[in-house]
Design a protein around this ligand. Sequence first.
Ligand SMILES: Nc1nc2c(ncn2[C@@H]2O[C@H](COP(=O)(O)OP(=O)(O)OP(=O)(O)O)[C@@H](O)[C@H]2O)c(=O)[nH]1
Length: 380
Amino acid sequence: MSFFGKLKNRLLKSSSKLDEGLDAIVQEGGSADAGQPEDLPGAEMPVTAPAMPAPQAPTPPPPSDTARIKPIDLPPQPVAAPPQPGLLGRFIGKGRAEPAVRRVLDDEMLEQLEELLIASDMGVDTALRVTGNIAEGRFGKRLSTREIKELLSAEVARIMAPVARPLPLYPRRPQVVLVVGVNGSGKTTTIGKLASQFRAAGKNVVIAAGDTFRAAAVEQLQVWGERAGVPVLTAPEGSDPASLAFDAMTRAQAEGADLLMIDTAGRLQNRQDLMEELAKIVRVIRKKDPEAPHNTLLVLDATTGQNAVNQVETFRKLADVSGLVMTKLDGTAKGGVLVALADKFGLPIHAIGVGEQIDDLAPFDPEEFAAALTGLDTES
Ligand SMILES: Nc1nc2c(ncn2[C@@H]2O[C@H](COP(=O)(O)OP(=O)(O)OP(=O)(O)O)[C@@H](O)[C@H]2O)c(=O)[nH]1
């Protein structure tokens, strides 16, 4: 299955939420237009085209001086019998017998769209901006669900495009990647997945299990290290993570490793401690390389929705966050928070987690994400 298909299936909850919501909004105040271009297979209405005009009141009789102009004879319009779908149309579910429902884009509809986007975790500011852009030049026009989805998807992709950037690789050896995030956000899993991908790309990777306070976290990282075929450096429980980071740096340099990934604790309950711990790790590794860490990855759990926004704010105060990885995008109805994050912080999204398996880490593709989030079926 294509990655798009996989992501779409996995983002089903998000997309179906938006999908259903958009449908309900259009159905609520809309009316059917028989024979609209959208109903004809292969005749999709481009999103930039002006929407169909609102239905007019019955045309009044022309004034006498124009009455002489003979109206062009049009063949009778197939109002009662909508066009039949072609064979392809029937397979892909287009050209259905029912005419498309369109609704006039007015204040009430815009408000409903805003509410839907806010409920999809896009955040108030982003939701307002997105609906404002959708309305631009289209106010008072009639739009179908499909057209709104295309507009919404294009807006989301436009916001996300600048942040879709893979983890930059530098010629520096070792490139040090500090991984931060609250407990349970998916740090360990992400480190394992990244290690496996870099390993597969021929890179020599070392992992440091810097959450030395939790034996379970260290064990879990060791399991991932084994899966990825990458050494995991550990230290006795309760020992200083900065000292482990220093040892790991020494070993990575001695071995000529390409990449050193350092896991860290995620105890936000005691921010001061965590801040000092992270600062100490950075201080110590800089003794070995003044430019380290070269990346500070913040791992966020998509299922926390708007809480992810608070986590970015907090971790930016604790560490010099250079990019994000968003995990658990499979099976959450809260994927919209990525749009809010991109819009608010503009931090690169290096990858997304779409499952618990080692290969369930994918590069972030804004168009695929936007189509999957809005439920727009671009495969057809
Ligand atoms: N469905 C899904 N589950 C994920 C994903 N990433 C991580 N998980 C799961 O989330 C849980 C927490 O992941 P960890 O990698 O242990 O998170 P952590 O941040 O290291 O947490 P601590 O070890 O408590 O510090 C585990 O059960 C993972 O299997 C993902 O992309 N999708």
